[in-house]
Design a protein around this ligand. Structure first.
Ligand code: GDP
Ligand code: ADP
Ligand code: 5GP
Length: 224
């Protein structure tokens, strides 16, 4: 009997190398919305919850959106090498806890990172084969500004800082594998899903297919 082709949706889990999906954008372009949709849609994806010294927003839950820390505690994490990367963004510190990422990668699970360009660069240097990076662009600067206001989570001063910083963030667009313009959310989300689907099929992420391929080869009839 021919070996059954292992499908990526089959209940039997074929060992696959996990990918690290990095999403960056200027503040307000929609990366958190797209990340949230992806997590709801895709049971194989989990998110890296960052530590930050920024003030918690009214809608945020400690331990779910971020681990909110004092500058002193953040410094402690940094010094004990508990952060895989860290950066100062919009005047606050942000960092990626190392342990959950190393666990996910060891188990071949995918992980999503909502991090800025500085973090993306650091991860790219540390794990070049595992990173897939997407930069989300707003359709216009006027729309970016109005989204930040509509989100209604930051003060006018914070929004002004984030808009001013969007230039520096956008200037890193050419360091990313993929660019997605988030005009229509459904379309932007469909693009991100397509990227993930294709990246999961990359040969380097499918070592589990090697025995299957060997099985196919073993069954090739030999001309006598
Ligand atoms: P947002 O821009 O509205 O999502 O605002 P946030 O305050 O949630 O994030 C501020 C910035 O910090 C964004 O550019 C994020 O991409 C970045 N950021 C969040 N988490 C991390 C992280 O773990 N590492 C790094 N390097 N940047 C992060
Ligand atoms: P980021 O995480 O990049 O700062 P958010 O995901 O918080 O951005 O999105 C900013 C605001 O814009 C949110 O209120 C979100 O609901 C809204 N938003 C996101 N994508 C779209 C879109 N395509 N059209 C209109 N509003 C959007
Ligand atoms: P916010 O304060 O709006 O949640 O995030 C601001 C920016 O910080 C976003 O661009 C977000 O992607 C980035 N950010 C959040 N967590 C981290 C992190 O752990 N590391 C880095 N480098 N950036 C982060």
């Amino acid at each position: 009997m021919s070996p059954a082709a292992p499908s990526t949706t089959s209940k039997v889990r074929i060992p696959r190398r996990g990918l690290m999906l990095v999403i960056s954008s200027p503040s307000g372009a929609g990366k958190s919305t797209i990340a949230r949709n992806l997590l709801e849609d895709d049971p194989e994806m989990s998110i890296s919850v960052s530590v930050t010294t920024r003030q918690r927003r009214p809608s945020e839950i400690d331990g779910r959106h971020y681990f909110f820390k004092t500058i002193r505690d953040f410094e402690g994490l940094r010094q004990t090498d508990a952060l895989l990367e860290w950066a100062e963004v919009h005047g606050n510190f942000y960092g990626t806890p190392r342990e959950p990422v190393e666990e996910a990668m060891a188990e071949g699970r995918d992980m999503l990172f909502d991090i800025d360009w500085q973090g993306a660069q650091q991860l790219q240097q540390k794990m070049p084969d595992d990173i897939v990076s997407i930069f989300i662009l707003p359709p216009t600067m006027a729309e970016l500004q109005s989204r930040l206001h509509r989100r209604a989570e930051d003060t006018a001063e914070v929004i002004a800082t984030r808009l001013a910083n969007s230039r520096a963030e956008i200037q890193h667009w050419n360091e990313y594998d993929y660019l997605v313009v988030n005009e229509d959310l459904d379309r932007a989300f469909a693009s991100v899903k397509a990227i993930v689907a294709a990246e999961r099929l990359r040969r380097i992420r499918r070592p589990g297919l090697v025995p299957f391929i060997q099985g196919l080869l073993d069954e090739v009839p030999v001309l006598t």
